[in-house]
Design a protein around this ligand. Structure first.
Ligand code: ZN
Length: 285
């Protein structure tokens, strides 16, 4: 596993774009910084914040893989564990609103998983669930155009992705197609990941675009993701007893378990059926 991660890191260092607020290098990636900045003011000790950051970057390590195209260019592919709502991705045939809603539902479900784990004395498992939620939540800012909506829209979106709520009309979520030759530029997609993602400060033309306050779209997405992540962590802390809170604050980094828990069928089945239908359509096209 370590060898694979090292290889992946090498490939990513040479890559123009990575998926999801950058998760590389481990410990000092964009995702890591967001999670640590969200956790520290809530009283999480450094070790616990590092464990949350490890859990938050993990979905990219588990679900993304880099391969070579025939012409020698790199292709950003996915593993069998990939699901679009783990990364606030919009797949072909899915609306922007549904891509957002699927992700917000998953974020809410992982809070229930984490709270149940904490009630059962399984703080480390709770940490993984919180990390899965924070990853998806943070990606919602890097994979949408909410930062262009202005202060009120950004504040609304932070609450909607954290505690549930409909997306604002007109929201765009970046398009990604795991079955396409260029996954980041789905053919015919008006809002492709390649041009509009805000995963790193120079990842796309939009990432470097300045907003009226003089900050870039990337920096807005990062700050919004910190605020929403803090709100999410607070919503967990608000529901804990003293001993549960102490257990969560005692989190520490560990070797990840070999498999992700299967997401709730209510979310997974429609998406998997959609993916299967898409694959059939593509084969027959
Ligand atoms: Zn991601």
């Amino acid at each position: 596993v370590r060898l694979q991660a090292g290889l992946l890191l090498l490939l990513l260092l040479g890559m123009p774009a990575a998926t999801a607020f950058r998760s590389f290098p481990p410990g000092s990636s964009v995702h890591d910084g967001i999670t640590k900045d969200a956790a520290a003011p809530l009283g999480f000790p450094g070790k616990a914040a590092a464990a949350l950051a490890q859990a938050t970057r993990r979905p990219d390590y588990d679900e993304m893989k880099i391969s070579l195209n025939g012409n020698g260019s790199l292709r950003m592919g996915v593993t069998s564990q990939y699901l679009p709502f783990h990364h606030c991705d919009r797949l072909p045939g899915i609306s922007d609103a549904d891509a957002f809603k699927d992700t917000a539902l998953y974020v809410a479900q992982q809070r229930e998983v984490a709270l149940a784990d904490l009630r059962n004395g399984q703080a480390q498992d709770a940490g993984w669930a919180i990390g899965r939620a924070l990853h998806a939540l943070q990606d919602c800012f890097a994979h949408s155009d909410i930062v262009r909506g202005g202060f009120d829209a950004e504040q609304y979106y932070e609450r909607a992705v954290t505690t549930g709520g409909d997306p604002l009309p007109g929201l765009h979520v970046t398009g990604f197609d795991p079955t396409a030759r260029d996954t980041a530029s789905p053919p015919g997609d008006p809002y492709p990941y390649s041009r509009f993602n805000l995963d790193a400060n120079t990842d796309s033309p939009m990432a470097t675009t300045l907003l009226p306050d003089g900050n870039t779209c990337f920096e807005h997405a990062r700050q919004d993701a910190i605020a929403a992540s803090r709100m999410y962590l607070q919503s967990i802390l608000d529901n804990l007893t003293g001993p549960q809170r102490d257990a969560l604050m005692g989190l520490h980094e560990t070797t990840p378990p070999p498999k992700l828990p299967v997401p709730a069928p209510a979310v997974a089945v429609p998406v998997l059926v959609g993916l299967a239908a898409l694959a059939r359509r593509r084969r027959s096209a």
